[in-house]
Every structure is written in C-alpha cells, then in structure tokens.
Design a protein around this ligand. Structure first.
Ligand code: SF4
Length: 461
C-alpha cells in the first residue's frame, strides 16, 4: 500500500490550527509536529513546518529547530543546479540536499545532506516507514527522546512535552547523533559526524524552556532560581518587595527573594485571556494591549521599594513600559534585576534576536540603559558568574549573544539579518514578538524621546 506523508499547516496557536474534528481525521500511526516562530524567512503560511516533499523515493516530512548559517550559499548552489524553492525558509535546503544525494540507502542520504549543513539543527524526519531524529555536532538546540508505555518512541525539544503525554524520558539525542526508528527494524543509533565541542544554547535555560523541563541534562527551574540568587548576592539593594515579570522572570525572582530575605509578591498579573497585542493597528491600541496583558497590583506596589526581575532585555522598549507601569501604580522605587548578562550580539543559531544595532546593551552601557528605562537601579547577571555556575561544563554552552564567542562563524547570516531589517524604529518588542513601527510612529517616538531628553529608544539599522 502506498503511504504518503501529509501536512496540516496553519498560523497562530496550535489550538487555533487544530480542533477535535481535524485531529480525528489525521491518518496513520506516526506523526511529527512543529511549533515555532520564524527565525529565517518570513512569517507566512508557506514557511510553516513540517515541510512535506515528494521525491523519487517517496514522500518525506521534516521539522527543524535552529538556523543554518550557510543557508544562502547552499541555496545559491542548489538554484544554480536547477532547484526550485517553494519557501524562504533555510529548512527547505535540507530536503533538496536529500533529494539530489547519490547515496543509498535513505539514511545515507540523510547523512550526506547533514554533512553539508553548518549551524544549528535539531531535526525530525518522517518517511513512509521511519522516524529519524538528528542533532548537529555542536548540539545548539535541545532534542530529547522518550518512550510511551506501549513502546512508542517520542522525540521533543523539551521534556515537559513528554510529561504531557505520559511518555518516559529516556535520554538526549546526543550532538552529532542520528537515531532511526524503523517500522520493521526498530531502533538504531549512529554517530553522524566527528564530534566537536558541544555548544548548548544557554538561552534555553534563561528564557525559552519551561521551568518544569530538563534541558541539556539540567533542571531549568534550578538554573533560574540560582540566577536570581546570584543577582541578590551581586546586586543587592534595600527593598520592600520582590516581583517578577511573568512568566519567565518568576523562578529567578523566587531565588532573589529567598537570598535577599525579602517577600516575593505578585506585583504584575499576566492575563492569559487577552489576544495578541502586536496585531493591533496603532501604537496606542498596542500600548493598551500591553496594559491588559500585564496588570499592576497597586496594593502590592504602592509606596514600596520594588525589585522587579526579568529574564533578559533585548531592545529595552518593553522594560521602559514596565518601569512606567510600576511607577504609575505607586511604586516608590523600581530596581530592575535581569537574570541574564547584557545581550550584545545577535543569535545565528535559532533564537530570533534582532541585529546587534537594535540591542540596547550593544548601544548603551548599564548606566545609560538604566536612564533610558527610567529605573532607579539596574543590574544584570554577571557573565563570569553564569559561567561559574556551569562549572566544568561552561565551555560546553554557547553564550555568544553575551560574549561574542560564536562557535560557528555566521558568514551567510550577516546578509540574512540585513535582509530582515526594515529602516524603521522598533517601538515595542511586545510580549509575544516584536512590533515594528510605521514611519509615522517612528517619528513620534523619536520626538517623545527627544522631549524627555533621552536617546531614541531603539534605532534599527
Ligand atoms: S547566541 Fe545566544 S541565543 Fe544563540 S545559541 Fe548562543 S546562547 Fe543561544
């Protein structure tokens, strides 16, 4: 019987794409899924994964977490040889490389394709009789394997996904490893290519992963708690209450509060019932949307010296609004503590940070940043303490967006990042993604900043 891979792509939340009736209609016994914001290529339906392609040996589906740093040159070479691309996503080159490979059998073609890739890739393939999981030699992005009680194998970025479906965590797919689950031959594993130094993304622990996950063999909860504890030790301040920017600042705030022996309280409430703010048509409505999303609790804040913990600062525009929100709610002092070092460089390995010129910590030092935010004090997690916490494992983690030490030179992506930029001021990174201003809003924001005697919040190149 001919078995064909099919896809049900959609934009938005999973619950907006799949409903009961769609789920019931899904055929077959194996599936892969993908939930991701675009880090390469536009955020449009044709770039939604998993990608499904038909080629001379059947059909193949692919989901990719990460970014390829040699995408442009691979694509140029493929196009010169006649390949036609459907999408603007870097992931599509992988399918073309597999299709043109002369190697046999199927698994050898995957190896052949992966050997030509540079950068970050955690991949899951689905063919007619196999599920294959592959991780790049540096292991930038996570990928774990689990097993259900009925023997079914499961792969996921985070262990919390395994918990949801009551699958048992087995182990990480190792950097440079290929795990094959064959319908007839069962499980096998092989080393894809020579091992290089592991470079697991430390930002997964700082921001991305759920606190109930184990990522790169470490508890995300424990990491964040320790970041907060270190901040209280390295940047103490007289205060009455510690609050968090929900949700990713919460665990670090608990660590800070415990170390400082100051009560942790919910000074900001995140509403989970408000729709996305960044699709609203004007800046005023978007500002209102942010207010709806994060509501200050005046009773907790009024007349208090408040320490507020956030996971990171990217452009700084959200932080400006939060400081303003807290002060308007009656906070006497607002002290920002950031549970990561200052972000001074772009990520080329799958996290959608903007170009470095848009990063507030690339343009300004800590004191200048504090002034722009309007906070009474500001401190970041020191990079050496973050590395110290990782002990002997520190060299096995990527911290390039803080240190500039890129393990794989981002040669092609310099162009890619430039292409993504628009010549506008970015006035709000929002809580669910960046918001780019119109030319009119750009001018208004510049005028507002100039009237307040501040540097323009963020200027894109
Ligand atoms: S540059 Fe930063 S965000 Fe990107 S992989 Fe390295 S640590 Fe992670």
């Amino acid at each position: 019987m001919l078995v064909i891979c099919t896809a049900t792509p959609g934009m938005g939340l999973v619950s907006e794409v799949f409903d009961e009736s769609k789920l019931k209609k899904l055929p077959g016994t194996s599936a892969i899924g993908h939930v991701r914001y675009a880090t390469a290529g536009a955020s449009v339906l044709k770039n939604v994964q998993p990608f499904v392609a038909g080629y001379r040996f059947g059909s193949l589906a692919l989901a990719h977490n990460g970014n390829l740093v040699n995408y442009s040159s691979l694509r140029a070479r493929l196009e010169e040889n006649g390949s036609i691309f459907n999408t603007s996503s870097d992931t599509e080159v992988i399918l073309h490389l597999i299709a043109i490979s002369k190697k046999r059998p199927f698994v050898a073609r995957l190896v052949d394709a992966c050997e030509q890739l540079e950068g970050a890739y955690s991949l899951v393939f689905l063919s007619e009789d196999k599920v294959v999981a592959v991780r790049d030699p540096h292991g930038f992005r996570p990928l774990v394997m689990g097993r259900k009680s009925n023997g079914a194998y499961v792969f996921a970025s985070e262990t919390c996904a395994l918990d949801l479906i009551e699958a048992e965590y087995v182990r990480e797919v190792q950097p440079g490893e290929m795990v094959v689950i064959d319908k007839n031959e069962g499980y096998s594993s092989s080393c894809l290519m020579p091992r290089v130094e592991r470079k697991a993304c430390i930002f997964e622990h700082i921001y991305f992963a759920q606190p109930n996950s184990i990522v790169f063999g470490r508890s995300v909860y424990d990491s964040r708690y320790e970041y907060g504890r270190i901040l209280a030790e390295t940047a103490p301040v007289e205060c009455d209450v510690v609050i968090a920017i929900p949700d990713s600042g919460v665990v670090a705030a608990l660590g800070y509060a415990a170390q400082a022996n100051v009560p942790f309280q919910q000074g900001l409430i995140r509403s989970h019932y408000v729709g996305r703010t960044f699709i609203e048509p004007s800046q005023k409505i978007r500002d209102f949307g942010v207010k709806l999303k994060l509501a200050p609790v005046a009773h907790v804040l009024k007349g208090k010296r408040v320490v507020v913990i956030d996971d990171s600062i990217v452009r700084g525009t959200t932080s400006i609004k939060i400081v303003r929100l807290l002060k308007e709610a009656g906070a006497k002092e607002v002290h920002m503590r950031i549970a990561s070092p200052p972000i001074t460089g772009s990520c080329y390995y799958g996290v959608d940070t903007p170009s470095k010129e848009e990063l507030i910590s690339y343009r300004l030092n800590v004191e200048e940043t504090r002034k722009v935010l309007g906070a009474d004090s500001l401190a970041f997690l020191p990079l050496e303490r973050l590395r110290g916490m990782l002990e002997d494992e520190a060299p096995k983690f990527c911290d390039a967006c803080f240190s500039g030490a890129y393990a794989v030179p981002p040669r092609d992506l310099t162009k890619f990042k430039e292409e993504k930029l628009k010549p506008v001021l970015v006035v709000n990174e929002g809580f669910e993604g960046k918001i780019e201003a119109t030319a009119e809003e750009t001018q208004a924001a510049e005028e507002e900043a100039s009237a307040a005697g501040q540097a323009p919040p963020v200027v894109a190149a």
